[in-house]
Structures are given as C-alpha cells and as structure tokens.
Design a binder for this molecule. Structure first.
Ligand code: G1P
Length: 289
C-alpha cells in the first residue's frame, strides 16, 4: 500500500529553528517528528512511502538511510540497543523522495505524488502532525475506507478559537460512532463562518480523482493550492467521510506547540514521566510557575 507524506513546507512559524533544519526534523523527545509519521504509516501497513521534500531538506533522506560509520562504532562499543534502533529506522518501508520546486501549497505537494500512487487509493499523512495511538491513525482511516468504499479524512474537535488554523467540516450524518458522511469542508474559515469545531487533521485516504481536481483547482486561502478545496469535490460525487481519530495528536506548527509536543510525548513515556513531574513540582515549589 502506498502513502504520500508532504514535508516540503518552509516552517516559517518555527524560525529561526528551521532556518537550516527542516521542520519535520525537529526532535520530539528523542526522534525527529517525521520518524513518528513514517512509523505510523509503516505500522499501518503502508510499505511504499513517498516523501515530498524540497531542495533544503536532504537530511531527511539521510535520516532514513544507513549510516555505516555510526553502525561500526556502535558495534565496536557493543551498543546493541542503539544499533537495533538504527536498523529499525532503515527497515521501516521503501522510501521514495520527490521535490516540490516551489512553495505552492499542500494541494500542489500532493499532486506531485500522482505517478507514484497510480490508480490505487492511497494515504496522505502530513509530516508535522503526530498522532500517538495504539492502532496507527492511518490504519483506523484505512479500515473505515474499506467499510465505506470512499475517501475518508481524519478529524479532531478543536477549541472554537482554533478553527481558523484548520480545514473544518460540516459533519452531516453520523453513520457509526465517530464516522460521519460529510456535508461540506472549508479551509481555515473565520470563527463565525465555521460549520463546526471538527477540524481536519493531517490524515487522509484518497483516490486518484483528487489529482484531476487538484489540476483543475485555483489557488485558495493564502494564495496556495489547497487540498481541502479539492476534497470538497468528493462530496457531490462518491461522498467524503470523516472519522474522529482515536489517539492523541500533537503538532509542531509553532514554537509553543513544538514545546508542548515534547512535553506531551515525554509524559507518555513511563521512564521520563516521573522526571518531568518532579521538575514541574520543583518549579512550582520555587514559585517559578
Ligand atoms: C493543513 C490543511 C488543513 C488541516 C491542517 C492540519 O493546513 O490544509 O486543512 O486542517 O493541515 O494540520 P496547514 O497546517 O498546512 O496550514
């Protein structure tokens, strides 16, 4: 099964951290963000993964490649655990890379995947949304897709004040708990125009129709080719479904989000959690928070 991971954005909201380091390579606890996403795709059964990069993101490719020098050093030291971790990264999936030449938006990035995905349904996972869950989020969507035989997108309820940051859906009929046949989708609406607080998070199961629509589409919000505008075309044809994801989403869209993402993932780690709580207790007792 094939997945596309758009990871070509400039990460301007994270400057200066992202001046030379790709946003997707920012560490979240002990791994770069993109590794969580590739692991999710791989554990979800997607063994062919196309990452859309740009000319300044070569280190993403290096991260998933072998590093013989490092392996040799670890072998000599008998650092088996670290060695296993490296091998696990290399064995995640068959990874392919294509570059987006210009920053023309998420829709344009997905369009680059057209020849890779050929005539099949495929997954799209955004490289800066991390979803921690027992069942990989993209697998949850794929299973829903097999039921409804139509495109399915991942949803999460967000605070009213945040709707302007996301694609927002009008959920329509709930055909089973958490699974909706959508009435409409709109990219980054104003709070007063948002049809709900159900936001599109970066997980999609799409089919090749999307490419036709993306090619026909004009630029939308922010002057960019928006994926959401083309998703809307499914609604009056084969239907578009949305599913509230089971799991815990963290994103690294801004510096404070990135910091929170690190803390949240740290709190999910049984070894690190007590150290983090201890640290916060200490800060509190010193009146620093
Ligand atoms: C993109 C999508 C948006 C979605 C969001 C999720 O926006 O266009 O519909 O809600 O990802 O993270 P971006 O964050 O790239 O502006």
């Amino acid at each position: 099964m094939k997945a596309v991971i758009p990871a070509a954005g400039l990460g301007t909201r994270l400057l200066p951290m992202t001046k030379v380091q790709p946003k997707e390579m920012m560490p979240v606890l002990n791994k770069p963000a993109i590794q969580y996403v590739v692991e999710e795709a791989s554990h979800g059964g997607f063994d062919q993964i196309l990452i859309i990069t740009n000319r300044n993101k070569k280190i993403m490719e290096d991260h998933f490649d072998r590093n013989f020098e490092l392996e040799m050093v670890l072998k000599k030291k008998g650092a088996d655990k670290a060695l296993k971790e490296l091998e696990a990264i290399e064995g995640l999936a068959d990874l392919f890379y294509l570059r987006q030449k210009e920053q023309k938006g998420l829709g344009d990035a997905v369009l680059i995947g057209e020849h890779f995905t050929s005539a099949e349904s495929f997954a799209v996972l955004l490289g800066d949304d991390i979803i921690i869950s027992d069942i990989p989020a993209i697998k949850q969507l794929w299973e829903a897709h097999l039921k409804v035989r139509a495109p399915v997108i991942g949803l999460e309820i967000v605070p009213e004040d945040h709707v302007e940051r996301y694609g927002i859906v009008d959920p329509g009929e709930e055909i089973e708990p958490g699974l909706f046949k959508l009435n409409s989708v709109v990219e980054k609406p104003k709070k007063e125009d948002a049809p709900s607080q159900m936001a599109i998070i970066g997980r999609y199961i799409l089919d090749p129709d999307i490419f036709t629509w993306l090619r026909e589409s004009k630029s939308g919000v922010g002057g960019e080719l928006q994926l959401t505008d083309s998703l809307a075309r499914y609604i009056n044809t084969k239907g578009l479904y949305g599913m509230i994801m089971k799991g815990h989403r963290v994103d690294i869209g801004s510096t404070s989000d990135w910091l929170k993402a690190n803390l949240e993932v740290a709190l999910l780690d049984p070894d690190i959690r007590p150290k983090v709580s201890e640290y916060f207790d200490e800060l509190r007792s010193q009146g620093r928070i």
